[in-house]
Design a binder for this molecule. Sequence first.
Ligand code: HEM
Length: 530
Amino acid sequence: MIMIAVVFLLVLIAFVLNRCILYRRFLSQVDNLPGLRCLFSPFSAVGAMLPTGRFNPGMNWNWIWRNRVYESFSSDTISIVPFVLGPPMVYTRSAEAIKQILSGSSSFHKTAETTAPIRLWGNSVFAADHDDYKRHRRIVGPSFTSNTYPPLWRESASLYNEMVESEGWPDSKVTSEIHIPSASRLASKFTMAIIARCAFGQPIAWQRDINHASDSVEEKALQDMPFGDALRAVSEGAICRLAAPRWAYKLGIKTLSDLDRAYTSLRKFMTAFAAFRRAEIAEKSVGVGSVENDLFTRLVVANEKEGKNGLTDDELIGNTFAFLFAGHETSAHVLAATLALLALHQDKQEAVVEQINAVFSAGHETSYEDYPKLDKVLACFLEACRLFPAGAFLIRDTTEEVRLRSTTGGLLSTMTLPEGTRVVVDMIGYHNHPEYFPDPDAFKPERWYGQHLESELTMFGFGPRACLGRKFAMVEAVCFLAHIFRDWKLDIILLPGESRAAWRARVLQGRLLGLAFGVKDVPLRMTRRV
Ligand code: HEM
């Protein structure tokens, strides 16, 4: 017994000594920048699982402690140095530092480790780097053309109509009410169906709870699981897929075997789909110019043109997954936050409704031509995205020694970071910074009126790797929101005696949901406008 205790003590002493040496090395790696000193790094397995607290910042610290931590260290760039587990990191909310990191310089790159959840199926434009990235972007970029948006609007409008005509929605023209238990689930169902229709050409229907198996040739390849189910399971299970070791799938755990089945089904589907589209292209029945093309078909067309420099089947599927992940969860979370914030702020909702009524005259069938006229609706979406940026952190590692410039209160400072230092662009910190966004907690869509965002640092990133699907997200969102608010008045559901401010503090708490950041399960009341 004593022997075991001695061995244990010796191991403990060796561990502590080792960590002390590492800790000193970590401090010098982050150039002794002030910051959080803790037990676990936010992205380590243990640190990510434990809640935010004094000894563990956790993944959500930059939301929970926003506008407090940087202030307390008087620096817009800080370090996080763990004692027990995980690498040291530099977090920044300084515009100067963020632009340097995201400007496309070869001094920063995305690593296989930090992009692992989206590499599960193969490399993609989202995860690739250096020359490999250029190849992906050259082929994937043309998927998003001006032809993408009119059909996207049509699909979004038609899906909205299906939604309100479906069971459970009041169908009379008199004032009637519906309770939405979760704005996030509603938005998620919408964006999932849209990505299936517009990215994969799959006619997923609202009414059948997106489990509808189509008769399409491609989908016949997917016999084990309906497309909608597989898509949803894969999208929601990415972290689980990554965390569970391969042997765990042999233990007969139902969640894991269902997830495995979803992955296998979807891979089978995508492989069959790619082969089918290639055959169509060979017969010249599909072309880039056709407005009927979905994103995936455009991708296959562009890939065929590349010949031997094209993407492999794995890379093609990896990019499809990137569309799926990047295009579904992000938009859903921001849409849910927009619905919630407009329900909370009735005055902003009325301003938006006034514009919608002016643009959508009675009996008018809406079209993509309405999109530029609905700038107030877009501004609400952007403001919700500022408060709850779906891409909450953008992670890069240094590829060589870097002198990182950061400003705090207009004062410039420079730090030297050696090769291999992990740097996190804190999108929540930046977008809630009072210097860049005065009165940051306030929901003020007016901030975005008349803004031209293309080359700016926004919630969609910055520089050459900024979001490829930004316009896709904005068109889909404006169409959905304009239709909803044309027909419905949204309101929040207060507890007895609760104020609107208390409701916001209770319900609108951001967190990582799957791979993106957002608000969860906001219940809302919708009353038909007469
Ligand atoms: C509100 C919705 C969205 C937000 C907030 C958002 C945010 C972002 C951000 C911040 C990045 C940059 C990542 C980085 O630098 O590491 C990004 C990249 C990307 N996004 Fe989005 N996104 C949204 C919707 C979409 C949609 C709808 C699609 C596709 C249909 C999409 C496709 C992509 C792709 C392919 C990239 C990688 C671009 C590259 O590396 O070249 N996103 N997104």
